[in-house]
Design a protein around this ligand. Structure first.
Ligand code: HEM
Length: 516
């Protein structure tokens, strides 16, 4: 089962002979180890052997009915492999893969990822784009092509003030969420749906300059159809990531046709919304009401000479798609963590009330003072890592991981959920305070800074991280100003699974009790 396509060739799997590091490798290794280190060849990396190393079958054999594991619980499989084989494991996850769990190795990988980090892509998306004559989606590209498409977005999404421009508008969405949570008799599924609507509405207004209206009594049909199409296609992408739709690369089977129809519809709505925004922009330009440093993302992209309409549609469509489930699911997990830890929830509420009062609105200045809020979210990310195998790289150079030589072109998984538990005192406790004192800890060992990486790291990290955190801060401050968060007893031992991002095995029965 080849779930993942590598765009760099995998020619380099020949063993590295000789036990001392060759001179051309030393640059990457000497940063990590002093003096000459004995390096063992790639062939000696421990892991399942024999048939487990065969293409397709080697991956399939890790899961039911051959083992007790399922792709959604890949974190358990990974932990089992590390328990058995040590901190560097070679196994099949699609291609032959090396998985590491030591933050020192994460540091080595990131220091060697180069200017254009390579992350594996999804075959079904590439097949769709090729079959329909579209350019490849920017998040699927590699090398200079990826860089050229990411650069204009970086400029507008990653600057510290890029998200704060939307604070007020996104704050109104947080108020809609609070009103919806105040309704009685909401079920566990309703809560899940509300978090989804919140994330969807918030990022849609950034990407398309308008509201979807999902909190209205009767949302517009186009909006609900668009959201449903995005939800279903994201679920299909999750299946593809877990290796379930690999035939769609070769066959236009029924799954592929469904995916194609969903994407065609989303592309049409996206193009209509962007065209509408272009008309508004043209009017503004005619009346002289447009400056070169426009802070509005869509207007700013539309005024960029180096971007075609197709590039812009792809960029904002990708931001919407990548920014919905991710934020919804992680917001839900954060609320769950706060519900299980009422004393910490109270400390956080007091911080919010001290800075904002009972009804105040979050501003960039207020946010800069909320150290406990930021520490609490980081600690929630540590306890419940957003993605199990979310950070993967294929390096352009050979490196040494642990004591093993890993050739360029190998798929490398950095499994951060494990050091999130092994490298911290009282790892199962929710202790936001540990991040308030973290400066000195991080100074002691730089690799510790590579453990809790909810948004990845380096030039290819999550481009939407400022928006994701802003939306989570907005929702949390508004909700804690208004409610006490609790969960029903049966949800207190919720197990989490991964479908691209973390989600509860069963929907969580939240209880939002009004404070006033
Ligand atoms: C809590 C919410 C989110 C989490 C946990 C998350 C996590 C991640 C991670 C782990 C990566 C891979 C990074 C790497 O390989 O180093 C990523 C990539 C990406 N994320 Fe997010 N993300 C979130 C929200 C968002 C939002 C709101 C947007 C859009 C506004 C977004 C857009 C993207 C895009 C486009 C990429 C691919 C970037 C590229 O390939 O250049 N994400 N995200």
């Amino acid at each position: 089962m080849k779930a993942i396509r590598l765009t760099l060739c995998q020619l380099c799997h020949n063993d590295v002979r000789g036990y001392l590091i060759p001179t051309r490798l030393m640059s990457s290794v000497t940063q990590m180890h002093e003096g000459q280190v004995k390096v063992r060849p790639f062939s000696e990396i421990p892991g399942p052997k024999g048939i487990y190393q065969w293409p397709v079958i080697g991956t399939v054999l890790h899961y039911k009915p051959f083992t007790k594991h399922t792709p959604e619980k890949i974190h358990r499989l990974m932990n089992e492999l590390f328990d058995k084989y040590g901190p560097v494991v070679k196994f099949r996850m699609g291609p032959q893969t090396v998985a590491v769990c030591d933050p020192k190795d994460f540091e080595t990988v990131f220091r060697n990822e180069g200017q254009y980090p390579v992350r594996p892509t999804l075959d079904i998306v590439t097949a769709y784009n090729k079959r329909n004559g579209h350019k490849e989606t920017f998040a699927q590209l590699q090398g200079e092509e990826w860089h050229a498409r990411r650069t204009p977005l970086n400029k507008r999404l990653v600057r510290s003030d890029s998200a704060s421009y939307y604070l007020e508008q996104q704050g109104q969405v947080a108020e809609d969420l609070v009103r919806a949570l105040a309704k009685e008799d909401l079920t566990a599924v309703d809560f899940q749906d509300l978090f989804y609507r919140y994330a969807s509405e918030s990022i849609f207004l950034v990407a398309f300059n308008r509201r979807l209206g999902l909190f209205e009594e009767e949302p517009d049909k186009i909006s609900t159809d668009f959201v449903q199409a995005a939800k279903t296609s994201t679920q299909m992408l999750q299946d593809a990531l877990l290796g379930k739709l690999f035939m769609t690369k070769w066959l236009k089977n029924s799954s592929y046709k469904k995916f194609e129809a969903l994407l065609n519809f989303q592309k049409k709505v996206t193009a209509d919304c962007v065209m509408e925004a272009r008309k508004v922009l043209e009017d503004r330009m005619k009346s002289g009401d447009f400056k070169a440093d426009e802070p509005n993302l869509l207007f700013s992209l539309l005024s960029e000479k180096n971007m075609t309409d197709e590039d812009i549609n792809d960029a904002v469509g990708t931001l919407y798609a990548a920014g919905t489930e991710s934020t919804a699911k992680n917001l839900q997990t954060f609320f769950y963590t706060l519900a299980l830890n009422p004393e910490k929830q109270e400390i956080l509420r007091q911080e919010i009330l001290n800075i904002l009062g009972a009804n105040g609105i979050l501003t960039a200045q207020a946010l800069s003072q909320m150290a406990f809020l930021k520490a609490a979210l980081k600690e929630s990310f540590r306890l419940y890592p957003p993605a199990a195998v979310g950070i993967i790289r294929v390096l352009p150079v050979d490196v040494t991981l642990g004591q093993y030589a890993v050739p360029a072109g190998t798929q490398i998984i950095m499994f951060s959920p494990r050091p999130s538990k092994t490298h911290f005192e009282n790892p199962n406790q929710f202790l936001p305070e540990r991040w308030l004192r973290s400066e000195e800890n991080v100074k002691k060992d730089t690799s510790l800074g590579f453990i809790v990486l909810p948004f990845g790291h380096g030039p290819r990290n999550c481009i939407g991280r400022r928006f994701a955190t802003q939306e989570m801060y907005l929702a949390t401050t508004k909700v804690l100003q208004n409610f006490k968060i609790d969960v029903a007893p049966e949800s207190k031992s919720t197990q989490f699974i991964y479908k691209m991002f973390i989600e509860p095995e069963e929907p969580i029965k939240f209880k939002f009790t009004k404070l006033h």
